[in-house]
Design a protein. Structure first.
Length: 115
């Protein structure tokens, strides 16, 4: 299983970014996917999740209405569209899946929201 995040960077407050997570090594369309984020010194927190078909999504209260998770099972990729970004969204963002009771994580992509 391999998960590779991309799309992070520096953005001004109020701006947008779209993160991508390319998956390989497993049947992507059979598993739910999640985006997490972590600030140095703090616990990793769940940002958003999506079911295997994309028919069900969930979000942390802090990002509802601003972030959208989606997936393209033909491309084995999950996305996180982030709008109206705030400085407190600054973190390393990770994608994650769980397969046969084991968690798999990417290496993360850094998002910095600053003027």
């Amino acid at each position: 299983v391999q998960l590779v995040e991309s799309g992070g960077g520096l953005v001004q407050p109020g701006g947008s970014l779209r993160l991508s997570c390319a998956a390989s090594g497993f049947t992507f369309s059979s598993y739910g996917m999640n985006w997490y984020r972590q600030v140095a010194g703090k616990e990793r927190e769940l940002v958003a999740g999506i079911s295997s078909t994309g028919g069900s999504t969930n979000y942390a209260d802090s990002v509802k209405g601003r972030f959208t998770i989606s997936r393209d099972n033909a491309k084995n990729t999950v996305y996180l569209q982030m709008n109206s970004l705030k400085p407190e969204d600054t973190a390393v963002y990770y994608c994650r899946t769980r397969r046969y009771g084991m968690d798999y994580w990417g290496k993360g992509t850094l998002v910095t929201v600053s003027s």
